[in-house]
Design a binder for this molecule. Structure first.
Ligand SMILES: Cc1ncc(COP(=O)(O)O)c(C=O)c1O
Length: 413
């Protein structure tokens, strides 16, 4: 993709002809803030507050427990799962919203391992989000299997007949690097392994085609590019061909065939319903439900094109103006190999990000030295990218980051 000329006027012109510029109006964004952290916590869609007000005041306040039936809270995990299915290239009855990504990963890894009884390895790559490795190690410890990690470039070679599951984050949380989903899925299947994709950093910024790729399982966060709000529940995908055999390890009452029979023995529900465990966080689930309306009528190819345009603009600005301050580009330079974020490393990364946040440019920091800038395509403009780069340049030139206040570590970085 050609690099754009780096003037503010050019950015305004790009925004004026952006085919999805109207989507920004679907969000309630704070004035004067350049929000570049939608890869961590998505912004607030305007549909969410009215939906939650109705859910609290009417459904909970007036309807009380009757709302499980009258407002159909009971089927919300399936209903919201069907909305997400459209964004990830799955059928409506292959996705359910429940628990967190970490917990859902535990469920699919444990069940997938049971589907490959002769194999002893879960294979992943170095540098994936820590929870994916922690959970894989946890599942391995329960089952006598081993979790093995290799460098991404050695992955395909490392898939042998002893691998039960290849478990990967589709887009790396730190660098934004995108794995080739169809090719890796095919390579796993060729050796008899199953594949689990963590889509936390891909759903909502690009077209995804789980069914076309013949993926087996997937999980992902509801609070990043899907904008479901802090702690929004996660989603889990199980390909229809595996649903019958799927032996769910967390056999809670809501995954029972007939929860309200209160039977003494567990009999799993059919299809995705068995992946439920306990009572869902209904308010968070309804927030995610409303947030997903921001994707109504949206062409995901246009979303992907805008993501690439925004992030390539930032890469151009970094190379022209920011590398001289000691930053290194820690994301792929090629927009086709990169998701929605651009990461830079700098030895003073933490303090720099604190100084930027104080100047209302909000990204985040990942230890030991990475600052991340996410370009959520539904509400970020080219001019925001330009203005953010100017603030970064100024914070570095003036050494505004170099104060004890900005060195002080906060709990969440
Ligand atoms: C790739 C990936 N998976 C999982 C998680 C977190 O999952 P959970 O919602 O269980 O905290 C994150 C969080 O940033 C992530 O980046």
């Amino acid at each position: 993709m050609p690099d754009a000329p780096l003037s503010r006027e050019h950015c305004l012109a790009l925004d004026a002809r952006d085919p999805i510029r109207h989507l920004r109006d679907r969000f309630d964004l704070p004035a004067g803030v350049l929000y570049l952290d939608g890869n961590s916590l998505g912004a607030l869609p305007k549909t969410v507050a009215p939906r939650l007000t109705a859910a609290i005041e009417q459904e909970w306040g007036r309807g009380l427990i009757r709302s499980w039936n009258d407002a159909d809270w009971y089927r919300a995990p399936q209903r919201v799962g069907a909305k997400i299915a459209k964004l990830i290239g799955a059928d409506f009855d292959e996705v359910i919203v429940t628990d967190s990504t970490s917990v859902d990963l535990f469920k699919v890894l444990a069940a997938a391992l049971r589907m490959r009884p002769g194999c002893s390895k879960i294979l992943g790559v170095e540098g994936d989000f820590p929870t994916d490795a922690y959970i894989a190690n946890g599942v391995a410890a329960f089952s006598g299997a081993r979790f093995v990690r290799v460098e991404p470039r050695d992955l395909i070679e490392a898939i042998d007949h002893d691998v039960a599951i290849v478990s990967l984050t589709h887009i790396n949380y730190k660098s934004g690097f995108i794995h080739d989903m169809p090719a890796i899925t095919k390579a796993a299947h060729a050796k008899g392994a199953l594949i689990v994709w963590d889509l936390s950093h891909s759903a909502g910024i690009m077209p995804l085609a789980l069914s076309d790729a013949e993926a087996d399982f997937a999980v992902g966060c509801g609070y990043k590019y899907l904008n479901g709000g802090p702690g929004a529940p996660a989603y889990v995908f199980v390909a229809k061909r595996h649903q019958h055999e799927f032996d769910h390890p967390l056999t809670g009452w809501l995954g029972h065939k007939d929860p309200f029979a209160f039977a003494p023995e567990y009999i799993p529900a059919q299809g995705m319903d068995k992946l439920l465990t306990g009572t869902p966080p209904i308010l968070s689930l309804l927030a995610l439900d409303a947030a997903l309306d921001a994707f109504d009528g949206v062409d995901m190819n246009a979303v992907r094109a805008k993501t690439q345009s925004l992030s390539q603009l930032f890469v151009g600005l970094v190379e022209a103006r920011l590398l001289r301050h000691g930053f290194t580009l820690a994301s792929p330079r090629d927009a086709h190999a990169r998701g929605g974020q651009v990461s830079l490393t700098h030895r003073n990364g933490y303090a720099i990000m604190q100084a930027l946040i104080a100047r209302r440019v909000i990204g985040d920091y990942r230890a030991p030295d990475t600052v991340r800038f996410g370009f959520a395509p539904l509400y970020t403009r080219h001019v925001d990218v330009f203005d953010a780069a100017a603030v970064i340049d100024d914070v570095m030139t003036s050494r505004a980051w170099d104060t004890p206040e900005f060195a002080e570590k906060k709990s969440v970085t």
